[in-house]
Design a protein around this ligand. Structure first.
Ligand SMILES: [Zn+2]
Length: 393
């Protein structure tokens, strides 16, 4: 390995395992103890890492020589993450441990012809101009996009009718900081890896929002696959006789459980003559939100209950299929609907029924995360730390 590669490997190890002794880093990364000592001295001089004291003072009373433990300097530099969806644009600046020092969310008005690139450039510039001290220490900007990145051609593929004029290249050209674009759910997975030290090195991150996607971390790397559509779990078939999906196939998972489809069913129900509590929650079908659907479920609306139960049943099947095929150490689930305890418990029941023959209890594998609207922006900031700090340090 080159010195640069050794530096990156050691720094990433400290990010994930701090506080950690030099000897442990050498053993786990298989870099010689002499190289670890020399590189960590340079890091300390450069203000990138710091010594925390010995493992004895930190409560480890194992016999032998005292070991000095190392940690990163969390506020050495900052990173910015941005996520845009049909509804919101979210901005977050955080330190190297993911602690936000600035965050804001802007509700997008229903203006389909708005040029999102110009909007992002304008808003990012405005934010950074208002925070000169942080801007001076900013390493770069990660942009979480609701689409794919074709890494072979360095092209961002988003739905151009939904986001006309989005150009990652234009962002890179016009912003005075390094910019990296990545799929929003892949960003979330990377954020979980970098900022949550309890996360394993191989896991799946399954996000359900307007659409859905499942990103895989495999041995500390984001799994790419041959094509950019690896992870498009929303288009796996759960019922071959089901409704026609926008992709042309029938019975795709997302036609049962994406927010877009659930809202579609509930708006049709609202406008039908059937009795439903939805009509008491909002004055018009268009105003219904996912929170209303969750509320109607808890109030016992039979039809909404049936939509949700079917969605959970198919999700349970898909998650247990995922556990069997990929066997990740963890499957993280992230969806605003799971903030409703009754819904998340019903989902866990379906998953357990599906995995009855597996020895390992599913509670160990499947982890429903508290829903965080800034998860994508934080993940994009983490991805920028990897690209512009850890990899090039
Ligand atoms: Zn489909």
């Amino acid at each position: 390995m080159t010195t640069q590669e050794n530096r990156s490997t050691i720094l990433e190890y400290i990010f994930r395992h701090a506080p950690v002794a030099r000897s442990t880093i050498a053993k786990k990364t298989q870099i010689t103890p002499a190289t670890v000592t020399s590189i960590s001295s340079n890091f300390i001089q450069e203000g990138i890492i710091r010594e925390l004291g010995s493992d004895e003072t930190l409560g480890d009373s194992s016999p032998g020589r005292k070991k000095i433990l190392l940690d990163i300097v969390p506020d050495h530099v900052y990173s910015m993450g941005v996520e845009f969806t049909l509804r919101h644009v979210r901005f977050l600046i955080c330190n190297l441990r993911g602690k936000p020092v600035f965050e804001t969310s802007i509700l997008r008005k229903a203006e389909p012809k708005e040029n999102i690139t110009e909007f992002l450039i304008h808003k990012i510039t405005e934010i950074l101009d208002s925070l000169p001290e942080i801007s001076n220490s900013l390493i770069g900007i990660g942009v979480a996009v609701p689409g794919h990145i074709d890494h072979k051609q360095d092209k961002v593929i988003v739905n151009s009718s939904t986001f006309p004029g989005f150009s990652g290249k234009e962002l890179k050209k016009r912003l005075p900081f390094p910019v990296i674009c990545e799929n929003n759910v892949r960003c979330m997975a990377f954020g979980r890896y970098l900022f949550d030290k309890s996360s394993p090195e191989t896991f799946a991150f399954f996000h359900i929002g307007l659409g859905m996607f499942c990103a895989m971390m495999k041995d500390s790397r984001l799994f790419q696959g041959t094509n950019y559509y690896a992870g498009e779990i929303g288009h796996t078939i759960v019922n071959p006789e089901g409704k026609k999906c926008e992709c042309g196939k029938r019975g795709c998972l997302q036609t049962y459980c994406s927010e877009t489809w659930l809202l579609k069913y509930c708006r049709l129900l609202y406008n039908s003559n059937a009795a439903t509590v939805l009509t008491s929650l909002k004055p018009s079908a268009e105003e219904l939100t996912l929170e209303d659907i969750s509320k109607a479920f808890s109030l016992g609306d039979p039809q909404v209950g049936s939509y949700i139960s079917t969605a959970l049943k198919y999700l349970g099947v898909t998650i247990s299929n995922l556990a069997i095929i990929m066997n990740p150490d963890k499957i993280y689930l992230h969806c605003p609907l799971f903030s409703n305890k009754e819904i998340s418990e019903e989902l866990m029941d379906y998953i357990k029924q599906q995995l009855l023959f597996v020895d390992d209890p599913t509670d160990q594998t499947v982890n429903i995360l508290p829903y965080n609207p800034l998860e994508g922006a934080a993940g994009a900031a983490a991805y920028a730390i990897k690209q512009f700090y850890i990899s090039v340090i």
